[in-house]
Structure formats: C-alpha cells, structure tokens
Design a protein around this ligand. Structure first.
Ligand SMILES: Cc1ncc(C[n+]2csc(CCOP(=O)(O)OP(=O)(O)O)c2C)c(N)n1
Ligand SMILES: [Mg+2]
Length: 1037
C-alpha cells in the first residue's frame, strides 16, 4: 500500500496551483509551475537534461514511510542509510531495496543502472497513474490552457534525452497493469509511450485517490492494456448509427422548429451513443431496470433516442396547433414544459435482452431530482427483492455548472454508502459543455474539475474528450462494469461544448466570443467519426449516405405523422399503482380503527424485549410503561400511538419506513424504536418482530445523514414507487425543513399537478412555542398552508363517505393533538385508494404531557367505544369541545377554535378560571379545511362569538389560511359577516420573541414565551377588546 501512496503525495504537490484569469474551459484553471517546463507536451520532445533542484533532507526523516519520498536527495540518503543498516529505514523502504538489490546489475543491458534510477522510474510510473489525467487531451475545442505537471516530466527525475533508448530494470510487481507484465526490462521510450497512451490520450483517469488496492488494480488492468482499446467494424457501425440518430435528431428539430426552446445537445451528441452502450453493457451484466434523472440539456434527445418516446409525439408537443384528446373531466393536472417530463420504456438491448428504463420527471431546479431518483431506485430494490442491488440501478446526468455548484449533489453522494440508503452505486454522467448558461468555469467553481466533489466518495472519475466517440463509449462501458463489480458510484465526465446558446434563442457571442469563434469552425463529432471510419476504410461515402437517408426519412415521416397525432390522455398509473383512483374518481372514506385482538397482539409484540437483552435503565422503564398501557388500555402516549400505527400497518402487509436525523431514538428521546444493549451494544428493534419471520426491511427506521434536502428527496422518491409503502421523514425540528424547501415547493406540493404522480409521503415537523428559541419553535406552518391549492371560498361536497375534498387538494396539513388521532391519521394514509402527501405539525412537549394521552379503546373499531361516533373510528378532522356539550348550547358565550398544543394551555386556563361558558374546538386537520365540522360547531353554539386563537404570531401559524375559510363557513352558516371572526395570538414580528444584545436567548425565549402564553390564553377566553378584525390585541408585556 505504501507504494501506491508514494505518488499520491507527489500528486498532491502537483495540485497546488494558482488560479488563472485565462480562458480555460475544460478545467477550471491554468496551472502555474514551480519551475520551467522541460518535458511535457510529448515524450519525444525532450529538450535538455535537467536535474531537479535538490532539497536538503534532515537525517531524522530517514525513517519515513515510502509514501513520503519527495526528492532525489532524500532517496540517495535513504539508500545510503539502508546499505549501512537495513533496520534504520522504514519497513516499506527495506522491502523496496530488497526487491532491487542484485537485480539491477544482473540482466544484460542494464548494467550501470542505479537503484536510484529504478526508484525514480517507479515514481514516474506512479506519477502517470496519479496525474496522467492532467495531461490528457480532454477539450475538443483545444482551448484548454493547463500545462502538464512537473512530475510527468522525466527530467524531473533526472532523465535526459540520451536515456530514452537505454534499458531499465523495472521489475515485475504484484499489482496489476503495466508493472505486472513479465517485461522487467524496458527502454525509457517504451515505458513513456505506454504511459502516455494509457493516461494522456482522450481519457483522463482519476482513480488513485481510491484507497482500496483491489479497486485500483482492477482499473489499472483496464487502463494499462498492452494495446490501445479498439472496436471492431460491427461495433463501429452501431456506434456510428447511434451518433447519427443523436446528431440528426437535433439538426432536424433545429430546422423544423427554429425558435422553439429545446435545450439542444449540439456539441455533446456523443452522450446518446455513450448512454446506449452503457445501458447495453449494464443489461449484459444483469441490470434489469435503470432509473434515470437528468436536467434540460439534451432531454428530448434522450427521450426520443434512448427512451424511444414516439418521435411524432415529441414533434407534436412543439406544435401550437396540436390536437388533444378531449380531457374534460379527466385527471390532467396543470402539466409541465416538455423538457421536464418523465417517461418509461422497455428497451431491447444489443445483447438481446430487455431493460426497463424510467426517466423521472424533474422540476427546473437543477440537481433537485438526484436524491429522488436514488430513493426511487432503492424502493425498486426493496419491492423486487433485489438484495445485492444488481438488478436496479440509478443513472444521474448532470451539467458541469450544476454538478459543481448545487449542494444537493454532495448531499446525494453522501447517501451512497449508507446501509439504509445505498442503491449499490450510481453512475453519474456529466455533460460538461464547459459553460453554465453564460458563466465560465472559472467563475463557476473553485475546484480543478467540475467533478471534484466525487473525490469525497472515493469514486473513480473518467474524464473524456466528447469528440472521441469511441473513448466516450469505452468509459461508459467501463462505468457500467465498475458499478456491477464494486457496487459503488462512478463518474463519467464528457468534456464537450455547446454549439449554440444556452437555448436556441440565446446569443452566446455576447459573453463567450472567443470560444464561439472556435466552435463556429469546429466540425461535429459525427463529422469527425465519419472521417475516421472513411479513412480506415470501414465505411464508404455510399454507406454513410444510405445511413443518413434512413434516419432522415424516419424523422420526416414522424414529423408528418405528428400533424395528425392526437395527444393522449396522460397516463399516470405505473404497474404498481393499478386500481388507484385519480381525483376524478371517488375513493370512499374508510374507518381506520383496528380489531381489538390485533391491537393487543401488536401492542404486546412491540413492548416485549428478549430476555437476555439489557436495555438502558430509563429505556427499560419506557418499555415497561408501554406494556402497562397495553394491558390497562389507558394512558397511551404519543410514541405508543405511533408504534401501534406502524405495527398494525405491518400486520396488514404494508412496508413502513421512517427516516430522518436521529429518528431511531427520536430527537426528544421519546421513540426508542431501536434499543441498545448496554453490555454488548447489540441492537433490538421491537417493530421488526410484529410477525413471525418478518422481512428485516419491512419495518425500517433509520437515522439519516445530516441532510434535509437530500434525505427528504430520497424519501419522496422512495414513496413514489409503490402505494404499498408508508414512508415518513421526520425533521429534527420542524424549522429545518426549510433546508429542503425545493422538495416541498417543486415536488411534494406540486408534483401531482405537474406530472400526475401520487405520493403518500408523511412529513413530521416538530412544532410548538415552548421556549426553545425562535427557530425551533416554528415549523413555519404558514408556508405549508400557503402552498395548499384549496379554494378558501368554495365548500365542496362534504358527505361523510363520498367526500372528494382531499383527493382534489394538493396535500394535507394536520396538527393532531392526541395519540389516537395521530394513529388514525397515519393509518388513513394507507386506507384509501389514492395517495396524498401529509404534513404533520408534530409535538414536542406534548410527547410527555400528562393530558396528551389516549385510551386503547380510541384505537379499536368497536362500536360504542370511545372515539367511535356516527362515522366510525377514524381520524377526527376536528375535535369538538371535551365538555360533553349537547347539539345545542345556547349558553356558550365564546367559541374558541384553535389547533395544536395551545389547546391544552387554553383548556388548563379555562379550568383554572372556571370559564364554563367558553367552548374550545381543535381544528386537527387544517388543510383541507373541515368546513362541515366547523359549520356543525357553529350550529351547536348559536350565541357564541367566534375566536381563532393561535400561539404563533399573526403573520405566521394558521391565521392567514384560516381566516378566509372561517369567514366562508360563518357566512354559509348565516352567522354574520367575516368581521365577526376575532383573532387572538401573538403580534406579527419576524420571529416571535424580541431579543436585545445582552439577553441570553434561551432564557429570554422561555420567559417571553411563558409570559406571552398566559396573556394569550386569558385574552382568548375573556378579553373584550376586539375592536377591529385582523388586529392583534395582546400587549407585549
Ligand atoms: C437551482 C437552479 N438554479 C438556477 C437555474 C437556472 N439555470 C438553468 S440552466 C443553468 C445553467 C446550467 O449549467 P450547466 O449545469 O453547466 O448545464 P448546461 O445548461 O450547460 O447543460 C442555470 C443557471 C436552475 N435551473 N436551477
Ligand atoms: Mg454546462
């Protein structure tokens, strides 16, 4: 291993470079060198002998490991020291010298060679492996201004031109590749030729940062081949044909739809043959399904040529006059632009197999789809029992600007090796056109390559000149082989260019005049490949003409057919979703109570621990208490309600997955879903044992990486695969959900409308003003409510079982206040024939609050039991006043409507002050708004003034959402005008509590909170100062 690392160190030296202001595109910067270049452009341009400048090395360093070998003086010192006493040097050096002693002077023709020279040659070889990519010819435009590093100059190691044809002993090494061949004696010229060929051609291999020897050897075997890679004629014709399709597709669109935005692939057309070869190779190696995520660039080309979306359909989508099937009354959503849409297809492969391809729809936010694709892939692996993760694979395509710039890339990469998130390796392809909209790489990133982020993963990175189609195909195949062999991520960086502007109506000369002058004259990669094959005699002009005409005629035919093409009703059901209902089809509302016997069985199973298991004392008590709750049927707390929901769903055959930061124990130490034996460290998960021989993954609870965007995106993708999984993501505190805002905005709240894809993802956001500071108090309920698409002024059909209100709405937002109601709302997600995202403002201090308890009878389905009303046992969208009020209560002076934990504060205050003329109702489901139940309560209290009370400030919380809906309910019930609804809550500051510089935040937050809470509750119950609506009447102190 020491030997491998030796040049890694030198590699690091070479990477120390200054940034350039020059016009480099392929890589970020020009490299300034520490000394004059002697020997960099080709191996045969050696100019003059130059020895490296010796650096003094203290003798104390002589025990250093091999990897620290940095100068020839040092090597000489080492050799001398070893000769006088082998024990005086590090063991790795001892081995090295032993390997050479007696050999260098042995074979004929190498006499006179010093050990020093052998050692330097070794380092040179190593330098090519580490740094060869810096000298590879990646930029098709030839604008790259980087210079090869000093370490690739033989002069750096003291060799001169006269040494080129000298023979050197380099030994036979146990590593694979060049040094393992049985050719211990070679001339310097042949060594350099081989190295240049392997590392400095159209492919730049970056892999020496990988720590595992086995993986490096595997790659060396593929890279340091005795002869250069060569495709036979048949393969070449297939590659040519694929490149023709890719190129002619774009050209065709460019001539037929001159001004339409399509984000063409021109300049990067080799992506298409590369992808196809990658998919073919993957299928040969056992992949059956590939989930793809990609941005705008070249998406139509990928859809048409790789996914085989009918060309006539693609063309008709450009046509303003295209015909649509009559979709009135159908599930159509709002739609999206054509370069965002997804599709799926069973593609036949070169090897005669079929591979299922699925392109995930994505929003305009670059890279946001990455974690979604990975999550979906992982779910496919679960549902197809793909235990070794070789049948389902993810491929992500990136732009150079976004791969380097978007943080979600890093968040996604870091999921790749986590046991509950891995998919066995993702293949990343970067369409590196050396520009992002109008921005040059030097303004767009600080790293050398746009792919440097992948170093963090120890992923190999194959940079390839996009004009060399065979090199592109080769690395695409290699990436597929890597993934199927090592089950980890790999990156293909296709360095290409963008022939036109960012889109077709953009003028690139405004900002990149020099680059575009070169591009204007630059032949297409198809032209280059045609010339190559003509030169080799493998095709003739006639062959080319015939192939061209064939493609052209199909494109023309499809174009003509597109005129009559009737856009079909969009199909939203994939196989797993057969039988599920669109919002146009009624899904009856069902009960979610559970048979009491099943409840008891599940309850016992999840509270019993193995006899020999030694949990922490406090956790043991938690489990004893839970067992008691089940046996007595009383006092079930929040965690128990949740565990019962999960357990009963498992019994019903559903897959349950809960993920997020520290969810196994629970941020508030309430869940303890996984227990740790205090003596052995063994873990035990009671919910894994609800049934006999339960599949280990059927219940998954998993701490995640410390990411919101990445992990929520992953869970969203997971939830979209099958309706048979209930997937939950919990934020540590609700406020952290803003780190995943893109997922909420672009996917969860709008994905169904844009792409007709349903998801029942549950998002748990701890929320509540309990003195934990301005951030942790609020999950920003208002934001989720604002994104609701419900019409506040329209009351839809509200029949108890025929209601379609939820089906019509984009998502549900609830703030449940009892364990039983939480249990039912979780179960409700799975007990319906459609799926809808659910946002839960989950509690913090209610987790242990003495009155926040439910009885087991509220969970069962027994008629007459507590919780069973005229509708059966199910989630209560509104909880009426707990004081057993009759259907008509004329004596009630005030009806306070509220949501969340403030209810308990109001109720306590009411009891304290004996305010029995006040009724308090909890709106548990804020969105969609329970108009029917609010109307019912208005009827019950005909003389009550109506108050909305919240603990959040007026500009936050539910108020702005509730107000117009409450008005609609009041108006429709004939209970006065909107002005008759009063507000009690905190004033509207940006955060809820004021701080001064000297105050300790936490202390003040608590004080402020306590003070404000009591004022607030009293005002809600008694204050008579509501002069005008919309105005807060609670003083600050
Ligand atoms: C998150 C995000 N920020 C900004 C944009 C606007 N935008 C669209 S394309 C683009 C340039 C992308 O460059 P690159 O990733 O190199 O892809 P290319 O267009 O060059 O293929 C930008 C900035 C966006 N779509 N998403
Ligand atoms: Mg780009």
């Amino acid at each position: 291993m020491a030997w491998f690392r030796a040049s890694l160190y030198l590699g690091k030296l070479a990477v120390r470079r200054t940034l350039s202001q020059g016009g480099s595109y392929g890589i970020r910067s020009r490299i300034f060198h520490l000394r004059d270049r002697r020997f960099h452009s080709t191996v045969f341009s050696l100019k003059e002998k130059a020895s490296p400048i010796p650096r003094a090395v203290p003798l104390s360093k002589l025990t250093d490991n091999f990897l620290d070998a940095t100068s020839s003086v040092y090597l000489e010192e080492l050799q001398r020291a070893w000769e006088s006493d082998p024990n005086s040097v590090d063991e790795s050096w001892d081995n090295f010298f032993r390997n050479f002693v007696g050999q260098a002077s042995g074979p004929a023709g190498v006499s006179g060679q010093t050990i020093q020279e052998s050692m330097r040659l070794m380092l040179l070889v190593r330098d090519y492996q580490v740094n060869g990519h810096l000298k590879s010819k990646l930029d098709p435009l030839g604008l790259e201004e980087r210079e090869a590093p000093d370490e690739l100059d033989p002069a750096f190691y003291g060799f001169t031109e006269t040494d080129l044809d000298r023979e050197f002993f380099i030994g036979v090494w146990s590593m694979s590749g060049f040094l393992s061949e049985n050719r211990p004696v070679q001339t310097l010229r042949s060594i350099l030729t081989r190295l240049e060929q392997a590392y400095c051609g159209s492919i730049g291999y970056e892999y020496m940062h990988i720590e595992e020897r086995e993986k490096c050897n595997w790659l060396r075997e593929k890279i340091e081949t005795p002869t250069p890679m060569h495709y036979n004629k048949d393969r070449r014709v297939v590659i040519l044909d694929r490149l023709m399709w890719s190129t002619q597709f774009e050209n065709f669109l460019a001539t037929k739809m001159k001004t339409a935005k399509r984000f063409g692939l021109e300049g990067g057309e080799t992506l298409i043959p590369g992808m196809k070869e990658m998919f073919d190779r993957s299928a040969d190696l056992g992949v059956e399904c590939i989930v793809v995520g990609m941005p705008h660039r070249g998406r139509l080309n990928v859809l048409g040529n790789v996914f085989r979306k009918p060309l006539r359909q693609i063309f008709s989508e450009f046509d303003k006059n295209s015909k649509f099937e009559d979709e009135s009354g159908l599930y159509t959503g709002t739609g999206d632009v054509k370069y965002h849409l997804g599709t799926s297809y069973d593609r036949p492969t070169r090897g005669g197999k079929r591979i299922h391809l699925s392109l995930v729809a994505n929003p305009s936010h670059l890279e946001a789809v990455d974690p979604v694709v990975i999550g979906k892939t992982r779910a496919k692996q679960y549902f197809t029992n793909d235990l070794d993760r070789t049948k389902n694979m993810a491929v992500l395509i990136h732009g150079d600007g976004s791969f380097a710039g978007q943080g979600v890339v890093y968040e996604t990469l870091h999921l790749s090796a986590l046991p509950n998130y891995t998919t066995g390796g993702t293949i990343h392809i970067v369409v590196n056109n050396q520009v992002a909209f109008t921005t040059d790489p030097r303004s767009g990133r600080s790293s050398e390559y746009c792919t440097d982020v992948a170093h963090a993963l120890n992923a190999p990175i194959f940079h390839v000149n996009g004009d060399d189609i065979e090199a592109v195909v080769h690395v695409c195949e290699l990436a597929a082989q890597w993934r199927q062999t090592f089950h980890s991520d790999v990156v293909v960086d296709i360095v290409c260019y963008r022939r036109f502007g960012h889109n077709e109506i953009d003028e690139p000369f405004f900002t990149q005049p020099n680059m575009y002058k070169v591009i204007q004259k630059h032949p297409s990669s198809l032209r280059i490949y045609k010339n190559k094959l003509l030169e080799s005699g493998e095709v003739t002009e006639e062959d080319l003409e015939r192939m061209h005409k064939k493609v052209e005629s199909i494109l023309n035919e499809e174009f003509l057919n597109s005129k009559d093409y009737v856009q079909q009703r969009r199909d939203w059901l994939s196989t797993n979703w057969k039988g599920f209902k669109s919002p146009e089809q009624l899904s009856r509302i069902r009960n979610t109570g559970v048979n009491p016997e099943v409840l008891m069985k599940v309850g016992r199973a999840i509270t019993v621990l193995p006899e020999d298991f030694k949990p922490h004392r406090a956790v043991k008590k938690v489990y004893e208490d839970r067992a008691k709750m089940i046996e007595t049927g009383e006092g079930l707390d929040w965690a128990m309600g949740e565990a019962l929901a999960f357990g009963t769903l498992l019994v019903e055959g559903k897959h349950v997955r809960l993920s997020g930061q520290d969810v196994e124990r629970g941020t508030f130490s309430h869940r303890h879903a996984i227990l740790h034996d205090q003596e052995t460290g063994r873990i035990y998960c009671p919910l894994d044992h609800v049934m006999e021989n339960q599949n280990a993954e059927m219940f998954t609870v998993s701490n995640s990486s410390l990411s919101e965007f990445g992990v929520l995106g992953f869970e969203l993708g997971y939830s979209m695969e099958s309706p048979d999984a209930i997937v939950l993501w919990e934020a540590q505190f609700g406020d952290f959900s803003n780190g995943a805002q893109v997922i909420f905005d672009q996917f969860l709240s709008s994905g169904e409308a844009k792409w007709l894809r349903q998801t029942g993802l549950v998002v748990l956001l701890p929320h509540g003003y309990d003195g934990q500071g301005p951030e942790h108090s609020s999950a920003r309920l208002e934001r989720f409510l604002q994104m609701s698409d419900e019409n506040p002024y329209e009351i839809l059909e509200m029949d108890p079982t025929h209601r379609k209100q939820i089906q019509k709405c984009n998502w549900q937002v609830v703030n449940a206040t009892t364990p039983a109601n939480y249990f039912h709302v979780i179960r409700r997600q799975m007990h319906r024939e459609f799926r809808k995202p659910l946002i839960v403002m989950s509690p913090k201090n209610l987790l242990r609050y003495k009155f926040c308890k439910s009885n087991l009878s509220e969970f069962d389905d027994v008629q007459g039991h507590e919780g069973f009303d005229t509708q059966g046992t199910r989630f209560k969208r509104l909880i009426k006043d707990q004081n057993n009020h009759s259907d008509l209560e004329k004596g009630i002076r005030r009806l306070v409507l509220c949501s969340g934990k403030v209810y308990y504060e109001l109720d306590e205050e009411r009891q304290k002050l004996n305010a029995n003329d006040v009724a308090i109702c909890r709106v548990e489901q804020l969105c969609p708004f329970p108009f029917d139940l609010v109307q019912r309560e208005l009827k019950r209290y005909p003389n009550a003034e109506i108050v909305w009370c919240q603990e959040e400030p007026m500009n936050m919380g539910a108020y702005t959402y509730i107000a117009p809906r409450l008005y609609t309910a009041v108006k429709s019930s004939g209970r006065g005008s909107p002005e008759d609804v009063k507000y009690v809550g905190r004033p509207p500051p940006p955060v809820y509590c004021r701080f001064t510089k000297t105050n300790k935040l936490r202390f003040l937050a608590l004080q402020c909170n306590v003070k404000q809470s009591s004022i607030l509750t009293r005002a809600a119950l008694f204050k008579r100062v509501f002069k005008t609506n919309f105005r807060l009447e609670i003083p600050e102190s």
